[in-house]
Design a protein around this ligand. Structure first.
Ligand SMILES: [Zn+2]
Length: 150
């Protein structure tokens, strides 16, 4: 039995099966990626909504995709967190082809033997949890490009 290309979305199936935890994480038919708001005047990039550019005060922005691969610029290993959040975890800043992204480093041991400044990383996504309707919230992080994922 073959699947059809017919769009079967209707009122009963309109709830997305998964939603991104943040609105700058794009989960469409392609590879998951981040998008940034780029100032059309000076090129500064922001992930949150801005009415004006913090660098040049211009007010026009365009949406641009952010590279999925980057370099870990700095990180800290977090040993204490709110109840329910597993520790230790690695909070880092990743330079994605010039765009700075704050995110956790995942899929590796959270210790200095496995995490180094300057290491190459790439975007990865993972389910955070389901709501009552079974819709999965999807978060993102960066994993070492050499990581073995299975
Ligand atoms: Zn600007």
């Amino acid at each position: 039995m073959a699947m059809t290309d017919t769009d079967t979305a209707d009122a009963s199936t309109s709830a997305p099966a998964q939603i991104p935890l943040v609105d700058y994480l794009v989960l469409d038919d392609g590879e998951p990626h981040l998008v940034a708001h780029e100032c059309t005047s000076c090129g500064a990039r922001f992930f949150d909504h801005r009415n004006g550019c913090a660098s040049c005060f211009a007010t026009d922005f365009t949406t641009v995709p952010v590279a999925n691969e980057g370099t870990l610029r700095t990180f800290t290993i977090v040993a204490f967190a709110a109840p329910g959040i597993p520790v230790p975890f690695v909070a880092g800043v990743v330079d994605c082809d010039g765009t700075s992204v704050r995110a956790n480093v995942v899929n590796t041991e959270p210790d200095p033997e496995h995490i180094t400044v300057g290491m190459p990383v790439r975007l990865t996504t993972f389910p955070i949890g389901d709501d009552a309707n079974g819709t999965a919230a999807i978060g993102f992080g960066y994993e070492p490009t050499g990581a073995v994922t299975q």
